[in-house]
Design a protein around this ligand. Sequence first.
Ligand SMILES: Cc1cn([C@H]2C[C@H](O)[C@@H](COP(=O)(O)OP(=O)(O)O[C@H]3O[C@H](C)C(=O)[C@H](O)[C@H]3O)O2)c(=O)[nH]c1=O
Length: 183
Amino acid sequence: MPLTVTPTAIPDVLMLEPKVFGDARGFFFESFNAREFAQATGLDTQFVQDNHSKSAKGVLRGLHYQIQHPQGKLVRVVQGRVFDVAVDLRKSSATFGRWVGMELSADNHRQVWVPPGFAHGFVVLSESAEFLYKTTDYWYPEHERTLLWNDPALGIDWPIDFAPQLAAKDQTGKLLAQADVFD
Ligand SMILES: Cc1cn([C@H]2C[C@H](O)[C@@H](COP(=O)(O)OP(=O)(O)O[C@H]3O[C@H](C)C(=O)[C@H](O)[C@H]3O)O2)c(=O)[nH]c1=O
C-alpha cells in the first residue's frame, strides 16, 4: 500500500499522501497503517489517542502544544478544507521559530506528521471542516500552551482576509519571545 511521504521546508514535518482507490462506487484508502507509516517515514512511534473536531468557516484552533508530554500528531481532514500550520519550538533546531503550512482537505487526502516539539493549529477555509488526528501522547491540559496565531515574529501567512474566530485561550496566546519552548 504505497504511502508517499514528502518532507516539508522543515524536514521533520512530513506530508503524507495515501494511495486512493477509486471505482464506480466511490473511493477507498487506508487512512493509517502502522507498518506502512513506520516503513515510509522511518519513525518508530505509537499513537495513543484519536481526536475529531468540527469547526465552522473562519475558526482558527491553535497554535497549541504541550510543554510536558509533547504530542506528535498525524492530522487529516475528512470534510472541508483547512490551512494547517506547524511551528518549530525546539530551541536547538536550525528551524526554530519557523513555520510550515499547507492546505489539507477531504479532496486531497493529505496528512501531516507534526513531531513533538512543534506548535500546531489550523484555520477553516470551507463552510465547515472535520479534522481528525492521532497523537503520540495523552492530553494533559495542565501542560497545554498556546502560541499567538498572528505573532509578527512568526509571520505566518494565513490565507484568510478576515479575522478568525478564536477560543478565549487562543486570543491570549503567548508571543514566541515569551513562550515556553523545547530544548
Ligand atoms: C485537546 C483535547 C481537548 N479535550 C476537551 C477540552 C475541551 O472541553 C474541548 C475542546 O478542547 P480545545 O478547545 O482545547 O480543542 P482545540 O482548540 O481543538 O485543541 C486542539 O487544537 C489544536 C488543533 C491542536 O493541535 C491540539 O491537538 C488541541 O489543543 O475538548 C479533550 O477532552 N481531549 C483533548 O485531547
